[in-house]
Design a protein around this ligand. Structure first.
Ligand code: WAQ
Ligand code: MG
Length: 627
């Protein structure tokens, strides 16, 4: 069987980014080339502009096999202690001037290879002083985590090969990775001794010293072995595992450092314009209950009555025992409201998008998705088997360009009707036209347009005077409709398809009757009290004007009025000050919006008064000036 050595090296101009090597049979070569290339392309140091992949055949008979050195660890409290431990290990080897050897590392770094220190003459013998000696042609038979560089395993392979070099006494190693403070001493007599820490966090100091004795072997022999001899390590310890909580805590600490840490906060009182936080009354300016129906007497009564008539749970999936009369009644009402053949209700808006898009996106499908689409759309695309093409936000020219560039057997174009963090509106006529022209299914998420857009709140199709209709209208029951859940309004074949294929529909207990009764009642209220929609639209105009009077840029035709702040920390501080003044407007940050575009996301209700909105605009103006 032929064996090959494969080496990858990625660099950026003068800077080394990453490197790796393997010794593999021919059959594994193509996968390894692909893998190493991918690894080179996705390195935390950035994209390389030069990737070298070198493949050479090696003589199987020349390959030497060694078991990995036995591994042990020394945990020190300080770098000082770590270095002392290292010096003690060197003394056991008969090397008494360990401390001065260590200063050699500082003097010589950075080097790509190692210092070759001769114990007999106390001199450095590496032929290329600037580069040092580089150990190559090594690998292990044991499985390794392929995703990223594992410092420990790569070091153990190198250390085991090096320890078997003729005349070798031992090796000292400190990583040049600023965040990797664990180093080691390795020799045949003492094994691989990990020592942590050997340097301070953030220090770029790193290097290796190979200590050999020229009385036992000539420099040339050592170098030839290190640089040319293929070695395979036969058995290898898995990387020592950290306590699983370590990774959780590390990630949380990072979020806090980046001002991206979030917590939940209790609001007591129903979701309406005034709520209580920590016993203090606050004006709620960020709720999605745009028509203030979650606390409407009729809606509450309908929900309570549903509990009394049908109990507290639907008790099963819609396809087994979970369909009650209210499920079908609501679906009929939604279909009538959106002028479609039918409707299908899901437990949440998130599950609606997740289940619908993933069900429609099979291997042959391309999904074209606006870059600012809601996370539930993005996750639906990720879960689907098809590929996703992202087009620029609301840019129908870019969408058309991408439709041309990516011909496909089947396709879906999906967009929010009103974008949840920007409040801007889709150009539906153009969107539907492109869908027809390119034979794509069109899907529009009406989470923030139902009850908000159109003279009577029917949403985006009413907004565009019923001149066009996408194939699939998705919506939520949890926003203007004051309840909880999501729905699809569409044609009967599409709905039957979803009933059979959308896993978030099939494998979930159907929403409770009380939830659906609330939504159904909200739909009735919306139709009986269209003035709510007009009041909301008037509030939107009024509040944008009030903000302008405070010198704040704000435009919106929807209930969502973003006030751009930019910096995450600043957005958090401004929101905190507003909270002190009795205004509840949480800051919206990455990953909900792109980094550096943190914002206050004001969401209005039909029932906010003009006095309240004037007060809020003034307080926002003042807070922005303070920070
Ligand atoms: N041959 C000789 N020297 C090398 C080589 C090589 N193939 N690769 C790196 N060096 C030298 C070079 O001077 C680097 O600056 C230095 O070693 C450190 O290299 O058990 O990550 O790749 O968890 O940063 C130790 C793991 C990790 C301890 C070592 O080394 C553990 C590490 P790095
Ligand atoms: Mg390194």
């Amino acid at each position: 069987m032929s064996l090959f050595s494969i080496k990858m090296r990625a660099s950026q101009k003068e800077r080394h980014i990453s490197g790796a090597e393997r010794i593999l049979p021919e059959t594994k070569l193509p996968a390894a080339v692909q893998h190493l290339t991918e690894r080179a392309l996705h390195h935390s140091l950035g994209k390389p502009d030069y990737i070298q992949v070198k493949v050479e055949e090696i003589e199987p008979a020349s390959l030497q096999y060694y078991p990995a050195l036995p591994v042990s660890s020394i945990m020190a409290n300080t770098v000082e202690e770590g270095k002392k431990a290292l010096i003690t290990l060197l003394e056991k080897e008969g090397i008494v001037h360990g401390a001065s050897l260590l200063t050699l590392l500082e003097k010589r770094a950075p080097m790509r290879g190692a210092i070759l220190y001769d114990l007999a003459t106390h001199t450095c013998q590496e032929p290329d002083k600037e580069r040092g000696v580089r150990v190559t042609y090594m690998d292990s038979l044991a499985p390794r985590p392929e995703a990223e560089k594992c410092h420990f395993q790569e070091a153990l392979i190198l250390a085991t090969k090096t320890a078997h070099a003729p005349g070798m006494i031992g090796e000292i190693c400190i990583s040049d990775d600023p965040d990797y403070v664990t180093g080691y001493y390795a020799s045949l007599t003492q094994g691989y001794v990990r020592i942590s820490p050997l340097k301070e966090h953030g220090a770029s100091l790193g290097g290796r010293i190979f200590i050999f004795d020229s009385r036992l072997a000539e420099v040339e022999t050592v170098c030839t072995y290190l640089e040319k001899q293929p070695v395979c390590i036969t058995d290898m310890a898995l990387p020592p595992k950290k306590d699983p909580l370590f990774y959780i805590e590390e990630e949380l600490a990072q979020l806090k450092k980046d001002n991206l840490y979030r917590t939940t906060q209790v609001l007591s009182a129903p979701q309406t314009t005034h709520v209580y936080r920590n016993g203090k009354e606050m004006l709620l300016l960020s709720s999605n209950t745009y028509l203030d129906l979650a606390n409407h007497p009729k809606v509450k009564e309908a929900s309570a009555n549903a509990v009394l008539s049908f109990g507290t749970s639907s008790g099963g999936s819609r396809l087994t025992t979970g369909t009650q009369p209210i499920h079908e009644e609501l679906e009929q009402a939604l279909a009538a409201f959106k002028h479609t053949e039918g409707a299908l209700v899901f437990n949440t808006g998130y599950m609606t998008n997740l289940g619908t898009i993933s069900a429609l996106s099979d291997e042959d499908t391309l999904v074209f998705s606006d870059e600012y689409n809601h996370a539930s759309i993005i996750d639906g695309c990720r879960l689907g088997k098809g590929k996703t093409v992202v087009y620029r936000h609301l840019d129908m020219k870019d969408l058309e360009k991408k439709l041309k560039e990516h011909p496909c057997k089947k396709g879906i174009i999906v967009s929010d009707a009103v974008f949840s963090m920007d409040g801007d509106i889709l150009d539906l006529p153009m969107f539907v036209r492109l869908g027809k022209e390119y034979k794509m299914l069109t899907m529009v998420d009406e989470a923030h347009s139902t009850g908000v857009l159109g003279k009577t709140g029917h949403g985006i199709t009413e907004h565009f005077h019923y001149t066009c209709q996408p194939d699939i209208l998705m919506g939520t029951l949890s926003k203007a409709l004051g309840s909880e859940g999501g729905f699809i309004c569409s044609s009967l074949p599409i709905l039957s398809y979803l009933k059979n294929k959308a896993r978030s529909f099939i494998f979930a207990t159907a929403p409770a009757p009380s939830t659906l009764a609330a939504a159904l009642s909200s739909l009735h209220v919306l139709q009986e009290e269209p003035q709510r929609v007009q009041a909301l639209q008037e509030n939107i105009r009024f509040f944008c004007r009030a903000l302008h009077n405070e010198g704040i840029e704000a435009h919106s035709e929807t209930a969502i009025i973003p006030i751009l702040i930019g910096d995450e920390k600043k957005a958090v501080a401004i929101a905190a000050q507003l909270q002190n003044e009795g205004l509840l407007i949480p800051p919206i940050r990455y990953p909900t919006v792109p980094l550096g575009t943190a914002r206050l996301r004001v969401a209005l209700m039909a029932t906010h008064t003009q006095e309240e909105l004037t007060y809020a605009a003034k307080a926002i103006g003042k807070a922005i000036q303070t920070y």
